[in-house]
Structure formats: C-alpha cells, structure tokens
Design a protein around this ligand. Structure first.
Ligand code: GDP
Ligand code: IMO
Ligand code: MG
Length: 437
C-alpha cells in the first residue's frame, strides 16, 4: 500500500517519488504503431494504462509468427508482470472486454489478476452500437466512417449526464431502471426502438467475473507513484482525431492529447516524465475526412500494400499519403512531445523519391493547421520537399549508422523540420524491429 509518510508530510504523489511515467501518443490519424512501442517498453514497467477510447482502438503486436491485437486492453499484457489499467476516461463494453481477456488466457497468458478497471469508466451498451450505426446511415454521404463500436453515443451520454458507469454494476436494480430509462429516452430522441433487457441479462451473467477487476484506479495510480512505481500510458487514436484539435467533425469522441489522457486516468500531467509521439514515416487515415497529403494513385496503393494498411479492428483499407510536417508539429506543440518514435520507415524502401509536406497556404496566407472549412480545403496549396529513396532492405538494421545514407538523411531532415528529436525508428512489424538513437 501507499507511502504513508509522504501523505503525512502533505506531499503530492508527483513530488513524493521519482517514478518514471512515459506516455506514447499518436500524432497523426491513429494506427501509427503505438502498440508496438508500448509492448517493447512494457516489460520494464509496473503499470500499463489506457485513459481514452474503447474498442475502437486496434493495436497490433507481432512476435515471431504470432500476431496479437489489443483493442480494449493496453498492449503490454504479453509481458508477465505489468498491471493493466483502464482509466475513468475509457469506455467499456463488458462482453467485448471479457472476450479479449478470454482470448489472451486461451494463449496461456495469465492476465485476469492484473487488470484493473475504473469504477468511473462508462459502459458501452449494445444500444450505443445500434445508435452509432443508425447515425452513420442517416448522415448519408456526410458519414464519419466510425468503427461502429458505440463510441460517439456512449461519450454523448456521458457528457449529457445520463451515462451508465461501471460502478452501476454493483447495484443491479438501479442499473435496470437506468437502462430502461435510457432505452426509452434514446428511442424517443432518435426515433427508433432500442432494447435493453437482453443486454441486462448478459451483463448480469458477466457480473461475477467482471466485478473483481473493478477498483478505484485513481488511488491505485496515486499509491503507485508514491511507491516509486513506473507507469506507461498507451494513447489510443491519433492527435488529428481529437474532438478539439482534429479534423472536426471527422474525429472520435474522446480526447487524445496528453492532458486528456492524464485526465482519463486521474493522473496529474505533472507526473509525466516523457511523452513519445508515434509517427509514421508517411501518413494513413481510416474513415472519412480531409487528408491533405493523401495519395490516391499507385504510390498510395504501394504504401497500403507494403505497409499492410488495413484496419486492425474493422479490416477497412486505410487511406495513405505522404508524411505531413504541419500535422505532426501541432501534435508536438499540444502534447509537449519529448521525442518521436518514427515508425514504418521500412515501408518507404524501394521508392525512387519520398515527399514530405512542409507548408500549407490558402490564398497566399500561411496555415499552421489542417483546415476544416470546405473553402479552405478546396483552396489549400501544399509545399513538398522531395528526398531520394533507398533500395536496400532495412528490416534487419538495428543501428542508425547502418541505415543507407539516404534513409539517415531523410530521418535527420524530418526531425529538423518537425522540431522534435527522433528517439526510435521502426523498421518492421516485429517487436524487435526497432532502432534506438
Ligand atoms: P496502433 O493503433 O498505433 O497501435 O497501430 P496499429 O497496430 O493499428 O497499426 C500499425 C501496423 O503497422 C500494425 O500492423 C503493426 O504490426 C505495423 N507496424 C508497426 N510498426 C511497424 C514498422 O516499423 N514497420 C512495419 N512494416 N510495420 C509496423
Ligand atoms: P488506434 O488506437 C485509426 C477513427 C474512425 C473514424 C473516427 C471516429 O488503433 O490508433 P469512432 O469509432 O471512434 O467514433 O470513429 O475515428 N478511429 C481510428 N482510426 N485508429 C484508431 O485507433 C481509431 N479509432 C477511431 O475510423 O474515422
Ligand atoms: Mg490501430
């Protein structure tokens, strides 16, 4: 338990210990390879935590011939020791989470005893998924292209103060009343017919297995900091899907920034010692919305084919384009990134030349953000820098100086343009395919 003397001395958990707290956040539109880095580091951490999103995330870890996809749970559970935390800012679909746990156990991994779910996280119900699909259908060609996991409707209920939290499972009677009320209210609001009873029964069936995972995760992490334990935070989604900072309205519904993710864990941002931005050496986006550097011709297809750019949750083909310094700089600024994990450099191998977007203008005026107004999007002019490519296979390279000279120059130029040092480079999907600088 906690360090009582630091409580007594009135010191906060931030000043009490010397804990290492590292956050790995996506800087683009998600799928930057956050999971792989988190898995790489997790063996050396006491806690691995998610503070935002739900099963819309899909984080892939490749170990030899085996592929593991984490969706609700933080990557890192492949290691024996770290405790996994799903914080108050996450949204939980109990059956999906329990199935993910069962799938890990079927692989012989003992995880159940080290998963901690916040009492304050909100529950994603089947009616949220139904509403997600319904809203998409009604939007017609304005649809967002969501993962249909009920994310938007669940966070909508949270902020409109009718959401149902994990703690409600402790009180089945009031839970039934709230579900009945919500199904009625939402059916009226959205002119549809939502059921809740079958789901209540399902929740009750999972209750015994699920409740032992539930706890006050805020105090758990506070005690962890006081005891000098290390914490790894895994971001979900990417900066430009953030509802404030992203390409609104083509965004997700939970905040993705360091501040948001810390809030979603009840952890002071002052506790964080390192913030690493996962950044693809090109860009991908799944779902709809403006994508300035998108390549719709053969180079885009090349990136999709070589990078296996298909959604890990929905299997949808990801849209691909050139790396965009303007988008990443903004993620550096808002999150206070201390370094970048440049991922998928190997996917650029074989291209004669590689482009990087370095500036936006509209009607001759400089723009430092991705425009969301149609008129600006239509008038956007993008300046590119072009770099020579390399042909050598780099997937076995483990030292920066062993990379082809053109690849080294590309990385060094990119970090200069972005204004943030590159601390690691991904050269393949395997967990060991990393170069540390
Ligand atoms: P996340 O959502 O940010 O964790 O990323 P995803 O797992 O959804 O997507 C990244 C994909 O790229 C996965 O299939 C990874 O196995 C793969 N990947 C990650 N890093 C690298 C890399 O450096 N090179 C290659 N070729 N693949 C990578
Ligand atoms: P990871 O953690 C990529 C996208 C969806 C859609 C928009 C809204 O794997 O990087 P939602 O279901 O959240 O309401 O969908 O956000 N999206 C992601 N795209 N990676 C993700 O997660 C995503 N999570 C949501 O495609 O455009
Ligand atoms: Mg993903």
């Amino acid at each position: 338990m906690g360090n009582v003397s630091s409580h007594a001395a009135g010191r906060s958990s931030v000043t009490a210990g010397k804990s290492r707290v590292v956050a790995v956040l996506g800087t683009q539109w998600g799928d930057e390879g956050k999971g792989k880095l988190v898995d790489y580091f997790a063996g050396g951490f006491d806690y691995v935590c998610r503070g935002n999103g739900g099963a819309n995330a899909g984080h892939t870890i490749v170990v030899g011939d085996e592929k593991h996809i984490f969706s609700h749970l933080p990557s890192g559970l492949l290691h024996d020791t770290p405790v996994a935390v799903l914080g108050n800012g996450t949204v939980i679909n109990v059956p999906t989470l329990m199935k993910e746990i069962e799938a890990l156990e079927a692989k012989g991994l003992s995880v159940r005893g080290r998963i901690k779910v916040s009492l304050e996280a909100h529950l994603i119900m089947e009616y949220h998924k139904e509403l997600d699909a319904l809203q998409e259908q009604r939007k017609g060609d304005k649809k967002i292209g969501t993962t249909c996991r009920g994310i938007g409707p669940c966070y909508t209920d949270k902020v409109s103060r009718i959401g149902i939290r994990v703690s409600e499972l402790l009180h089945p009677e009031s839970l039934a009343q709230k579900l009945e009320r919500n199904a009625r209210l939402l059916s009226e609001r959205y002119r549809t017919d939502l059921d809740w009873k079958f789901e209540y029964d399902q929740l009750m069936a999972y209750r015994e297995q699920f409740l032992p995972l539930v706890t006050d995760t805020v105090m758990l992490l506070d005690e962890a900091l006081r005891a000098g334990k290390s914490i790894l935070i895994e971001g979900a989604q990417g900066f430009h899907l953030d509802p404030d900072h992203g390409t609104y309205p083509y965004v997700t519904s939970s905040t993705i920034t360091l501040g948001g993710v810390c809030n979603g864990l009840g952890l002071s941002p002052m506790a964080v010692t390192e913030v690493i931005g996962a950044t693809k050496a090109y860009t991908s986006r799944v779902g709809k919305g403006f994508f300035p550097t998108e390549l719709t011709e053969k180079t885009g297809q090349h990136l999709r084919d070589v990078g296996h750019e298909y959604g890990s949750v929905t299997g949808r083909p990801r849209r691909c384009g050139w790396c965009d310094v303007i988008t990443i700089r903004r993620a550096v600024a808002v999150n206070g990134l201390t370094s970048l994990n440049l991922t998928k450099l190997d996917v650029l191998t074989g291209l004669d030349e590689i482009k990087v977007a370095t500036g936006y203008t509209v009607d001759g005026e400089k723009l430092d953000y991705v425009p969301t107004l149609t008129a600006q999007q239509e008038g956007l002019k993008i300046a590119y820098e072009t770099y020579p490519g390399w042909k050598e296979d780099i997937s076995e390279v483990r030292s920066f100086t062993d990379l082809p000279a053109t690849a080294q120059a590309f990385v060094l130029n990119l970090q200069e343009l972005i204004g943030c040092p590159v601390s690691s480079i991904g050269v393949g999907p395997d967990r060991q395919a990393l170069i540390f600088l």
